[in-house]
Design a protein around this ligand. Structure first.
Ligand SMILES: Nc1ncnc2c1ncn2[C@@H]1O[C@H](COP(=O)(O)OP(=O)(O)OP(=O)(O)O)[C@@H](O)[C@H]1O
Ligand SMILES: Nc1ncnc2c1ncn2[C@@H]1O[C@H](COP(=O)(O)OP(=O)(O)OP(=O)(O)O)[C@@H](O)[C@H]1O
Ligand SMILES: [Mg+2]
Ligand SMILES: [Mg+2]
Lengths: 257, 257
């Protein structure tokens, strides 16, 4: 039975996609069967694995609006030990097209449910907004949400709104919605700001912050331009060691090791 | 007659807010009357000027839905030589409330029009999405859009979708929509990736890229936590010099110096 985690934060550029890809790659490295679901019309998770989003004809958009089943739309990469339901710019149209559909907020959950026995981990990457696509991602988060938080002030500021939204969804649509963990990213030890943010986030989410902190590392920004996760692009870098530690921390907490 | 520029890019975390605030502050430094309009429910521009978004009762949301006129909602900061129409989390509700309003996409343009003689520059900060709020921002961009592009691969990838959207809006809603300039941000000279991105962006937007490039500088990430623009927080930093040069480049091109 797959663990399904959704990466969410309406603040832009905090490391949602980077964490989905590289955590996913290390879970694959530890022989877990991993599926990434790209729910962002920017399709950054898709291109981070070297797939040209403009060639995607059967992806998240086609699955969500019911044009094609999910199974045959999934792309497998045996070398990277990771599978992905790719996205494309067409997904931007889903917001409008799903507007009048019955139970539109549960579409993604319904599409993914038949896959839970084929994978050990399903990671859902969301866009930087609290739109219909992100709500679909939240309602599909069977085992909780992962909240990447960049160690900078503006990212900290946005946490109140994020938790308000999560509470609202918990009350109205999905009582089991919970925070699986908060991941501190782009930590730059040279500045006091990062240390202050770390302390604030621990106060805000007591007992929910992963011990592993992801450092700022240019390798993570370079890897997507080669279409490779950090496991392949720079396996001995500080960034790789951090996502490796995060994967082990999650596997241990999930009782898989 | 104010120049009205809208900062837009659906890719998150590329420096839209940081550029609105710090370009605005330097335009103010050169005795221009400057208004920032915060159209993001995250209200990052509002908090970057030291305003608590949770105390904002008359801001962009109340103005857009017609609860209060724009004039009395603007906050002035004589020391920073900058004014702002602040945002608040309530603005997230405008998407739904404007859904059935006549000419909903032109609301912001209509609200701002009476102010053009009171200011020399009006800078509109948008959220990282292509939603009703961002469309309002685009239709209000009387003198064009400013597109901040982070010097990293994933930000580069998103430019195609952004220009597609701009073309669509130009064809259907606003024929005069144009790109005033593309601003390269978070440039890190230590990596070849940044130089590659710079070249690609010049190819993508020939003759539209500002000569000034904004370097990656931790001072820019620290300044918002003090509620100060870089002009006050770190006036001699490389970041301040860059936004100063940008302000002069824009003033010169606009025939103001
Ligand atoms: N730890 C890190 N160190 C340095 N750069 C990073 C790190 N994590 C992510 N990046 C880079 O920062 C940028 C933003 O990261 P990413 O795109 O993963 O964030 P996101 O939250 O998914 O953004 P969006 O809100 O647009 O979906 C990317 O260019 C990425 O390569
Ligand atoms: N040149 C720079 N060097 C270093 N840090 C920067 C720079 N410009 C912006 N930052 C920091 O990077 C983060 C993202 O910048 P900012 O919030 O301005 O981007 P944005 O495009 O407005 O984000 P969003 O898409 O969420 O609205 C912020 O923490 C900001 O302080
Ligand atoms: Mg992303
Ligand atoms: Mg912003």
């Amino acid at each position: 039975m797959a663990k399904i985690y959704t990466l969410v934060n309406q603040k832009g550029g905090v490391g949602k996609t980077t964490s989905a890809i590289n955590l996913g790659a290390f879970l694959g490295h530890y022989d877990q069967r991993v599926l990434i679901v790209d729910v962002d019309p920017q399709a950054n998770a898709t291109s981070s694995l070297g797939i040209d989003k403009l060639t995607v004809k059967k992806g998240t958009y086609e699955v969500l609006i019911g044009l094609t089943p999910i199974g045959p739309s999934i792309l497998h990469n045996p070398r990277l030990k990771i599978s992905i339901l790719p996205s494309s710019p067409a997904l931007a149209g889903a917001e409008v097209e799903l507007m009048d559909v019955q139970k539109r907020d549960f579409r993604l959950r319904e599409m993914i449910e038949p896959l839970v026995d084929r994978y050990d981990y399903i990671l859902i990457d969301c866009p930087p907004s609290l739109s219909i696509l992100t709500i679909n991602g939240l309602l599909a988060a069977k085992d909780g949400v992962l909240i990447p938080v960049q160690c900078e002030y503006l990212a900290l500021e946005g946490l109140g709104q994020l938790t308000d939204t999560l509470q609202r969804i918990k009350r109205s649509l999905y009582p089991d919605l919970n925070v699986r963990g908060v991941l501190l990213t782009m930590y730059d030890g040279r500045t006091k700001l990062a240390m202050d943010v770390v302390q604030e986030v621990h106060k805000f989410f007591p007992d929910r912050v992963f011990q592993t902190i992801i450092p700022r590392s240019i390798r993570l920004a370079e890897a997507p331009s080669y279409g490779l996760p950090i496991t392949v692009y720079a396996p001995t870098s500080s960034a790789a060691r951090a996502y490796d530690a995060l994967a082990r921390e999650i596997l241990h907490q999930d009782g898989k090791t």
